[in-house]
Write a protein that binds this ligand. Sequence first.
Ligand code: NAD
Ligand code: UD1
Length: 332
Amino acid sequence: MKILVTGGAGYIGSHTVVELLESGHEVVIIDDFSNSSGEVLDKISMITDKEFVFYEGDVCDKNFLESVFAKENIDSVIHFAGYKAVGESVANPLKYYRNNIDSTLSLLEVMDNNKVYNFVFSSSACVYGVPDTLPMKEDFPLSPTNPYGYTKLFIEQILKDLSHSNDKWNIALLRYFNPIGAHESGLIGENPNGVPNNIMPYIMRVATGQYDKVHVFGNDYDTEDGTGVRDYIHVVDLAKGHIKAIDYLNSNDGLSIFNLGTGIGHSVMELIKITEKVNDVAVPYVIDERRPGDIDEYYADPSLANEKLGWKAEKDIEDMCRDAYIFAFKNN
Ligand code: NAD
Ligand code: UD1
């Protein structure tokens, strides 16, 4: 099948393109490099030794999209393109609403014009509110805490309305938990611009000697060691979930929602200690104040994805910390 991957030069998109190519799919990538670079495309070629098509452009631009759909005979679309920095979305909400929602609307309209109806969307666990119980299931209440999260919730609603309007649409909403790690080659991974907001890229900057110490945001949470607990998932496992979702849409109509997580929670201190152990490096840290808005603990119930998609995360936290470090070491 020929799959259009928007945002395919980004962190999760690039890993998914590798898995798609290795599963025998044809791939067309669109990216505007607003948060990535062309180097990633060379790395994808090096890893897979396979060809793919790339178009540089903005997914919000319908004329550009029409020109791509006119040239390529697309079967299904995976839509990663979007902005994802929570703090920036609070400071500049219009930028987030414009890009994330506009890109999705343009893409869906052009898909409809071209009679392409299989759509996989990158949603996030941040659409959920603070959970009363764990693990988190797909039918838990939705209540994001920031504009970025609202873009995901609004797009989910748009997709639900679209699915109700016409049963020709086959849609998978994938709610990712916390993707970390990198391809085992160390060629592609996550290397954010500036100071990382998220824990794993920060730990990697310390492990590779670029920063002095990790700032652990609070050790008085109601968790086993007092530090925040999340469901970290290896990005390659996450990428494989997209291949399963594409397969699923070929034989299942309507809209489906899946948590993609491991179902296992790990604390900030565990991440630090495991990174030190598996890579034989020091990761100094200091305990700081809690980060406003953070919650103690959450992790997925991934059983729906296990059953319906036939997908299960296979890599463990040691693999994640090892692969993240190999990439960080090679690319710092
Ligand atoms: P990323 O920033 O690495 O990748 C997104 C890619 O989209 C980038 O290459 C960027 O250049 C491109 N892009 C952005 N806007 C575009 C536009 N209008 N036109 C063309 N290209 C555009 O992010 P990621 O971590 O790979 O995340 C991919 C998707 O998954 C995003 O939608 C994100 O919100 C979602 N998500 C990410 C996480 C996470 O922790 N990384 C968690 C949950 C959901
Ligand atoms: C973040 C995003 C969320 C996104 C998710 C998955 C924010 C506020 N939320 O959530 O939208 O869906 O990633 O990628 O950015 N921590 C430290 N020190 C640090 C950074 C983080 O101790 O320097 C702690 C946090 O308090 C938390 C844990 O590490 O307990 C994970 O934090 P982070 O990586 O930012 O992920 P989330 O907060 O889960």
